[in-house]
Design a protein around this ligand. Structure first.
Ligand SMILES: Nc1ncnc2c1ncn2[C@@H]1O[C@H](COP(=O)(O)OP(=O)(O)OP(=O)(O)O)[C@@H](O)[C@H]1O
Length: 290
């Protein structure tokens, strides 16, 4: 039995549309399934925690964006039930990183192929990170994207549009990072991103060397750039070609703490949830995906 958790409001309604395609195909193929719709933030994790008690669950499949992947994955960490994913959000970075098709029928085919892989996740106190988190500029962009009414039509471009809007007014800040016991100071920093997967923000390969199952977290800090310089660098980030830029620093580690001088917004898998200081610890191969 496949259990679907559907966030019908993801991608400003794309979730509902995607479910209608998936439901039709499941019925046509006579695949046994159950489905439940999320009613509010946090609900997907509760649905999953109750569903995993059923004896015959083959996989729990998230339909939504990266926020839904976070909530469904959070409920499955530590179990042997794998998470499937059919993208229906705005950024869909988890799908991009794991080569999950954007076509709902093809994504469903991949679910039904049932090839299980273990991936790393990370703990941020009580909260889990499945793919990525960011603090500073991209935390603020995530906040603006989540409020945007244009995301259904613009999709991933919403991140670019909101980023451009923010560029003029954002004040870079001072960050202290501690990575596996070693400290680093960054002044005039635009953002710090910590990731399990290479991309965030709708396909920006911020940490191009990140590997989903290497037991490590990748860190990127962007500092000391003028607004114009940042604007020129952004296109190269989509290709992961920014790694030799003198103002962009990379680290890798298992345990990371981040302090910022001001209380900047933090997003975890695209949802703004926390305030610094922040401790992040990798949880190696803690989640099965298909
Ligand atoms: N019925 C609901 N009403 C309002 N919010 C909901 C509901 N169900 C889930 N949510 C919340 O919707 C938020 C956004 O979902 P999600 O991240 O999956 O889509 P998205 O933001 O469009 O995509 P992406 O994160 O890929 O950009 C999540 O934080 C989730 O908790």
């Amino acid at each position: 039995m496949y259990f679907f958790v559907v966030n019908s409001v993801s991608g400003n309604g794309r979730g509902k549309e995607v479910w209608s395609y998936v439901e039709k195909k499941l019925n046509k193929m006579n695949v046994p399934y159950q489905a439940e719709f999320t009613q509010r933030a946090g609900h997907a994790t509760r649905i999953v925690k109750s569903a995993v008690r059923q004896p015959d669950i083959k996989a729990i499949v998230a339909i939504g964006g990266d926020g839904t992947v976070n909530e469904v994955g959070s409920g499955l960490i530590g179990t042997n039930i794998p998470m499937g994913y059919i993208p229906a959000g705005t950024g869909n970075d988890f799908a991009l990183a794991n080569r999950i098709p954007f076509d709902p029928y093809l994504a469903l085919d991949r679910v039904l192929e049932h090839n299980v892989q273990r991936i790393d996740t990370a703990d941020l106190g009580d909260r889990k990170m499945i793919g990525f988190m960011g603090i500073g500029f991209d935390g603020k962009v995530a906040e603006m994207v989540n409020r945007s009414s244009k995301k259904k039509w613009l999709g991933r471009l919403t991140y670019v549009l909101e980023g451009l809007k923010l560029l003029r007014s954002f004040q870079p800040d001072q960050f202290t990072l501690t990575i596996d016991g070693k400290s680093y100071e960054y002044d005039g920093a635009w953002l710090v991103a910590v990731t399990n997967i290479p991309n965030l923000g709708g396909g920006m390969k911020i940490c191009p060397s990140a590997i989903v199952d290497d037991g490590q977290l990748d860190v990127c800090c962007v500092q000391n750039l003028t607004q114009g310089e940042l604007l020129r660098v952004i296109p190269s980030v989509y290709k992961g070609k920014h790694t030799n830029h003198p103002s962009i620093k990379f680290h890798r580690g298992k345990e990371i703490t981040i302090h910022s001088r001001s209380p900047l917004p933090i997003h975890v898998d695209g949802e703004v949830v926390l305030q610094p200081p922040l401790s992040i610890k990798v949880n190696p191969r803690s989640l099965s995906i298909i």
